[in-house]
Design a protein around this ligand. Structure first.
Ligand code: ADP
Ligand code: ADP
Length: 229
């Protein structure tokens, strides 16, 4: 589950002006890929293509050997969870925000489901305890807490592929590192794609690609990329 392949993926928002110019990637099930590079390189576009926001100009993307162009929108949404940079929470409880959109009856059931999932520990850290705060309103949370809630909401959906599109980039670097470390510890079996500005935040990724003007300029582990500098 979660075997992702990009084969010569090309895409442009306008005809004749490709933003992604032939991307080849293979992400082993359960591994972490980090995509870094300067602003405007095409990182978010790459993420949006996986969700079939737009049709490719060329090439193909497969998840578990299925061409995403051939699957239903519903199964694609089940396969991929995306956490964006700026999460807007409902002015409702943490539990409601986490469980929003999940199958289930009333709020108590949903909150129990959210608590029962492995994600409770994820929230627990640095929020004085999920159990005591699950009824607290989302608007009162700090930026880091909001992003934890957003990640927890996506984890509850249990997608084989999780994409963090600059999900922690707006946070201070300690909070960012803490969230990524926690995620790494509890999500060992899930394929994860982390899009980030800084190479220093994705030290533990199995594979890092540096995107530059729509091409992969470099790829390797963190140590390998540092060696090339
Ligand atoms: P990154 O995430 O690396 O900052 P993006 O994927 O957001 O890069 O953007 C890559 C390029 O595509 C940029 O030149 C950007 O201006 C352009 N772009 C992004 N979104 C759109 C859009 N919806 N319509 C037209 N051009 C876009
Ligand atoms: P810091 O250690 O301060 O986090 P980084 O090494 O992460 O700095 O790099 C700073 C900036 O340069 C970031 O925006 C990052 O995306 C970009 N960057 C890092 N490595 C490369 C690279 N090989 N090519 C292009 N841009 C890069």
């Amino acid at each position: 589950r979660g075997h992702v392949r990009f084969e010569d993926v090309r895409f442009g928002y306008e005809p004749g002006r490709d933003i992604l110019k032939g991307i080849d990637l293979e992400i082993a099930p359960g591994s972490t890929l980090a995509v870094v590079g300067p602003s405007g390189a095409g990182k978010s576009t790459l993420a949006r293509l996986m969700y079939r926001f737009y049709d490719l100009t060329g090439g193909r993307i497969t998840i578990d050997d299925q061409d995403i162009a051939q699957v239903t929108q519903a199964s694609l949404r089940a396969a991929i969870g995306i956490v964006p940079q700026d999460t807007v929470l409902f002015n409702d409880t943490i539990g409601y925000n986490i469980a929003y959109g999940r199958e289930g009856a009333g709020q108590p059931e949903i909150e129990r489901a959210a608590q029962g999932a492995a994600i409770a520990g994820f929230i627990e850290r640095q929020t004085d305890g999920y159990a005591t705060r699950v009824g607290e309103r989302g608007l009162k949370l700090s930026g880091g807490e909001k992003q934890r809630v957003a990640i927890a909401r996506t984890l509850l959906k249990n997608p084989p592929v999780l994409i963090l599109d600059e999900a922690t980039s707006a946070l201070d670097s300690r909070t960012e590192a803490d969230i990524l470390d926690t995620l790494e510890a509890i999500e060992r079996d899930r394929t994860t794609i982390v899009i980030a500005h800084r190479l220093s935040t994705v030290v533990d990724a199995d594979q890092i690609v540096v995107l530059d003007a729509g091409r992969i300029a470099e790829r390797g582990s963190h140590a390998e990329l540092l060696r090339h500098r």
